[in-house]
Design a protein around this ligand. Structure first.
Ligand code: UDX
Length: 460
């Protein structure tokens, strides 16, 4: 039997009643996956529309493979979704906490309002012994607060136990990362809780990934540290891109060369307009804010540079666009390829592409943004820009193209065909993902971040 990464081979021999509290990216995928491996699952969310949609097998966001997984899980009869806390409290022997922890307005710290409200509403209804398992990304120390609140407010008191099980899923690969994670990390306070989680995850563990058992504080920090490291790796190569721009060196060749060292590795060394999304930027800032509260702000002071380097890349993309326009932006037509913070996602949270597009719009350019999946979300949050779904229509009469999200379809574009639609053959590859030679040979002035300018081979 051939098995792809979005299917499991076995189901549990010991099905539990599991609830998943908060059905965003993390919770919706987790709920479907737990039902897929044989557990009885009740997903909870406060959003009535989201719950109605999930109950019909649809997700409120684009995530490859998730609709299929959801339909498969719903068809087993082991999965449903509710907006009732009472039902959730009564149903579950294990409650997974998957609510969002966004950045607080006006501060770098994580906003724990959803964690607090979920725990303080659920706890007074917990009358039977159960295990609560935190999966949300939280500032270290939150788990201990959650445990104490559960003991204080739940009628079952200390029979409500707490574990922490951080999640490392990437958008675009969420199903695969949930059904076949590269490791499972659990923070527990007793061997009994470890055994319970080991049994619950048995069908996933049977595939043989590392099973890492730690204490509560370490489990919370593992997630913060993993995201901080990934962000640092990206900003490191983007700092090298700045050096390359100052010296005429090529950051892609440099990344290839250092990436051959197995201690460094080539992954997450893709230079460009930098990281965005709903996790890395806010988790980085939340981590610094927590270090500050703990009196160890110096330990993470370097993350401020990581954040600054990342934001500088967006400004650099704006500057290169202005250069390509010969210095006059006012009234120029700019087509931005990509609105999502990365390909295979419709998520536009902290999207570098939309930031660059907005900056150019604000200084007088006519900016058209195109994207295969993210335009509805983009339109809602940045209504001032012009959005056109069809890439060929979007680039018509453009003076410059900005390639800012590396969707497969943009890499596959024919530079000669696209060249016949634009006013001027100028392009910035903000993701170092296009074949620069191909575009140059088709008469384009192609620029890339951190790479020497190729110029263009023949004038139009
Ligand atoms: C990230 C973590 O990878 C995941 O483990 C965690 O659970 C949540 O945060 P995600 O936000 O889905 O996942 O995106 P990821 O694939 O990590 O990319 C983050 C951003 O970095 C994107 O904007 C991407 O374009 C950018 N990136 C990534 C680079 O600029 N260069 C790279 O080399 C890699």
């Amino acid at each position: 039997m051939t098995v792809d990464a979005t299917t499991t081979t076995t189901t549990t021999t010991n099905p539990r009643n599991i609830t998943v509290i908060g059905c965003g990216y993390l919770g919706a995928v987790h709920a479907a996956a737990m039902a897929d491996i044989g557990h009885n699952v009740l997903g909870f969310d406060v959003d009535v529309d989201k719950v109605a949609l999930l109950n019909t097998g649809h997700t409120p966001f684009y995530e490859p493979g998730l609709d299929e997984l959801l339909e498969r899980a719903l068809a087993t009869g082991r999965l449903r979704f509710t907006t009732s806390y009472e039902e959730t409290a009564t149903f579950g022997d294990v409650h997974f906490l998957c609510v969002g922890t966004p950045q607080q307005k006006g501060s770098h710290a994580a906003d724990l309002v959803y964690v607090r409200s979920a725990i303080q509403t659920l706890a007074p209804m917990l009358t039977k012994p159960s295990l609560v398992v935190g999966k949300s990304t939280v500032p270290v120390g939150t788990a201990e607060w959650v445990r104490d609140e559960l003991h204080r407010l739940a009628p079952a008191g200390e029979d409500i136990r707490l574990a922490w099980n951080p999640e490392f899923l990437r958008e675009g690969f969420a199903v695969q990362d949930t059904l076949r994670p590269d490791r499972l990390v659990i923070g527990v306070e007793s061997q009994r809780d470890e055994a319970e989680l080991a049994d619950l995850y048995a069908p996933i563990r049977a595939q043989g990934m590392p099973w890492v058992v730690v204490d509560l504080a370490t489990a919370q920090l593992v997630k913060n540290a993993a995201n901080a490291f990934l962000a640092t790796k990206i900003s490191f190569i983007n700092a090298m891109a700045e050096l390359c721009e100052a010296t005429g060196a090529d950051v892609v060749a440099l990344a290839d060369a250092i990436g051959h060292d197995a201690r460094i590795g080539r992954r997450f060394l893709q230079a460009g307009v930098g990281f965005g999304g709903g996790c890395l930027p806010k988790d980085l800032r939340g981590f610094m804010a927590r270090a500050d509260e703990l009196g160890v702000d110096q330990a993470l002071a370097f993350l401020r540079d990581v954040d600054d380097i990342n934001m500088r890349r967006r400004r650099r993309a704006v500057d290169v666009a202005i250069e390509l326009l010969g210095g006059s932006v006012n009234g120029a037509n700019i087509a931005v390829l990509g609105a999502a913070f990365k390909p295979d996602s419709d998520d536009i949270r902290d999207s570098p592409a939309l930031d660059v597009a907005t900056s150019l719009h604000d200084i007088g350019a006519n900016v058209v943004v195109t994207d295969p999946k993210a335009l509805d979300n983009a339109r809602r949050t940045r209504p001032g820009l012009t959005y056109i779904e069809d890439v060929r229509e979007a680039v018509a009469n453009a003076d410059v193209l900005l390639h800012l999200t590396e969707w497969r379809e943009y890499r596959d574009l024919d530079p000669a065909e696209i060249g016949s639609l634009v006013s001027h053959r100028n392009i910035l590859d903000g993701r170092n993902a296009l074949d620069a030679k191909l575009w140059q040979d088709a008469g384009w002035d192609i620029r890339a971040l951190g790479r020497p300018s190729l110029g263009h081979s023949h004038a139009q």
